[in-house]
Design a protein around this ligand. Structure first.
Ligand SMILES: [Zn+2]
Length: 134
């Protein structure tokens, strides 16, 4: 796993990747983004602000927030296809039509039907142990 220069992005990647495996009790507790940031917000001081809500199957919720350049980086990171890592933002990919798939009670966002199908196929072969480390 690559370590980014921003703590909020590390936190998001850790939750999405590690939560999908096993928590400290040895029980898989996948986490997924329940609030994808739709746009960058600005504080009263005019600083960029971004908030991402992550929920895990065990019911624990995490709020990840960032300001300034980190907010923009978090916004981009939170809007990537779970399978291929392609950006689902219109700014980067004009014809994108992100799709949401619920797999084993967990919502994943993909940039295309193809990615969703590949992911589901891999999951059915490898089970919950299959997870992406990109
Ligand atoms: Zn994709």
């Amino acid at each position: 796993m690559k370590i980014s220069q921003y703590g909020s992005i590390d936190a998001l990647q850790q939750l999405l990747i590690l939560g999908d495996q096993y928590n400290t009790h040895g029980i898989p507790s996948p986490c997924w983004i329940t609030k994808h940031p739709q746009r960058i917000h600005y504080t009263q001081e005019g600083e960029e602000y971004c908030f991402v809500e992550v929920t895990c199957r065990d019911g624990v919720q995490y709020g990840i927030q960032a300001f300034g350049d980190e907010a923009i980086a978090l916004y981009i990171e939170a809007n990537k296809c779970y399978m291929c890592g392609l950006s689902m933002l219109n700014e980067y990919n004009k014809d994108i039509q992100p799709i949401e798939e619920t797999i084993d009670g967990v919502n994943y966002m993909f940039d295309s039907i193809g990615c969703a199908l590949v992911f589901k196929k891999l999951r059915s072969i490898y089970g919950i142990d299959f997870c992406l480390n990109n």
